[in-house]
Write a protein that binds this ligand. Structure first.
Ligand code: FMN
Length: 462
């Protein structure tokens, strides 16, 4: 059998951890042919040179199975791989993928690997592929005999699925895109005073020819003072993240002096009080250009850079049909310690309704910013920081030295393993008591939980 291996690591086959997993399957099953295609690393030439792109398409056409292999980058695939996926649709090559058996392997530290896997699953369904399954490996799984055996079994099941023409289920409906032309109305409301708050809109489009551009421009009109608007194509970005991890030592990107991204992020994004990110939906995520921004912002590694900011979204496209995107956007806000204001899309209602939502977004953002309102985080942010904390404290400390220093100096390790004084006192008092049967029978745990709340509710000073 012939397998097309679509490598989504910017490091290429030679240096990619993910590809070691494929090399292992190859070692165990040398009877098959494996064609390694370094998609992410060579995206520039693949996009520019039609022949190179067509060669890849030809290899896929001739293959019995397609394996998507990638490192998780900021909850998804890297921007380069995302661009390749966009090219498949832009160049109408979906038919080549139709009915091909496929499996998906990611390697990562399990930080939002499920959203990356969901993304690729939806893409496979959109392409009409026979999706056999996914394998969300931890980067180091191959080094452990039991985990290695699990991976081999997965590979063999995939091979068997093709041999036996196993039926496969589809999980994602095609998104329905509404035909709708947003026409902004005359602005006749009282303009919003920014009250000294800095507002920055970072947008995919700033023209008046698309719904997104028009929504963004209408939003700008809501304010009586100047606010900043940046088109993401105007940011000086020389290249995508290449996964070198030089930033791990001191939070400095290797592109720092070569392009304007570090300056953009540090001096514009990080200095704003209110951020509005505006994008279209392209396939099952935002555009690859937006992904490029998220990836390049990784030079700050696992430290939050948007603490205390108000964040809103203006989106054109079927966001409500892509819950996976919402989850990533919300998680990003939460682990950055910022606050979600609202997301306005062009999916529902008429133009005047959208006008009112945009106005409200501006009003709410300023109100929240002035009152320093930050919602508590949910599981998305809580789990994110705990998983970062464990990894940076442990196995990845030597890689992310700058994170480790930040975590030490900013109290991230204070709650680790457990430095919660209130919890310590409670455990010291209650655990010995709860070992006594008589006490266990007598104690009403529900009432015990409420005791500290009573103090707050009954104390007029609180
Ligand atoms: C820019 C960047 C972003 C990353 N984002 C994530 C992430 O969101 N979740 C995660 O679990 N791992 C993340 N990682 C870790 C990689 O997924 C992991 O190290 C992977 O095994 C690398 O595979 P490769 O050598 O094939 O590129 C990231 C690494 C880099 C360089």
């Amino acid at each position: 059998m012939k397998f097309a291996i679509l490598n989504g690591s910017p490091k290429g086959t030679a240096e990619s951890v993910s590809m070691q997993y494929i090399l292992y399957i190859k070692k165990k099953h040398p009877e098959h042919e494996y064609v390694f295609l370094d998609i992410a690393q060579r995206i520039k030439v693949i996009e520019k040179n039609g022949e190179k792109f067509n060669d890849i398409i030809e290899t896929i056409k001739e293959s019995d199975g397609v394996i998507w292999v990638f490192p998780v980058y900021v909850m998804l695939v890297c921007s380069q791989y995302k661009r390749f996926i966009e090219l498949i649709f832009e160049r109408n090559k979906e038919h080549v993928f139709k009915d091909k058996y496929t499996a998906v392997l990611s390697t990562s530290i399990h930080f939002y690997d499920h959203t990356a896997q969901n993304y690729l699953h939806a893409i496979c369904d959109d392409l009409g592929m026979k999706y056999v399954g996914y394998f969300p490996a931890d980067s180091w799984d191959l080094l452990y005999p039991k985990r290695r055996a699990r991976w081999l079994l997965f590979g063999e099941q995939f091979i068997k699925a093709i041999e036996t023409k196993q039926p496969t289920t589809q999980h994602y409906q095609k998104a329905q895109i509404r035909e709708f032309n947003y026409e902004p109305g005359d602005f006749n409301q009282e303009k919003i005073d920014t009250q000294g708050k800095k507002i920055l809109i970072v947008s995919e489009d700033t023209s008046d020819s698309t719904n997104l551009g028009k929504m963004v421009n209408q939003f700008v009109k809501s304010f009586s003072n100047n606010i900043e608007l940046v088109n993401i194509y105007d940011i000086d970005i020389k290249g995508p993240c290449i996964g070198c991890i030089h930033c791990g030592y001191n939070h400095e990107c290797i592109y720092k002096d070569k392009d304007g991204f570090t300056d953009f992020w540090t001096n514009r994004v990080m200095k704003a009080d209110i951020l509005i990110f505006a994008s279209i939906i392209k396939d099952r995520y935002l555009s690859s250009r937006w992904k490029l921004i998220y990836d390049r912002a990784f030079f700050n590694n696992h430290t939050p850079t948007l603490i205390g900011k108000q964040l809103g979204y203006i989106i054109s496209g079927p966001l409500s049909q892509n819950h996976n995107i919402k989850e990533m956007l919300m998680a990003h806000i939460e682990y950055q310690d910022s606050n979600f204001v609202d997301g306005v899309t062009d999916e529902f209602g008429d133009s005047s309704h959208i006008d009112s939502l945009l106005y409200n977004l501006g009003k709410q953002a300023v109100n929240f910013s002035v009152t320093d309102y930050i919602k508590p985080i949910s599981f998305l942010g809580e789990a994110a920081m705990k998983s970062f904390r464990d990894d940076v404290y442990g196995r990845d400390r030597f890689v992310f030295l700058a994170d480790h220093e930040y975590y030490e100096s900013h109290g991230v390790y204070d709650t680790f393993p457990q430095n919660d004084e209130r919890a310590k006192k409670m455990n010291a008092k209650l655990i010995p008591l709860l070992k006594i049967d008589k006490v266990r029978k007598k104690i009403n745990m529900k009432q015990e939980f409420l005791k500290p709340f009573k103090k707050v509710l009954e104390d007029p000073r609180k």
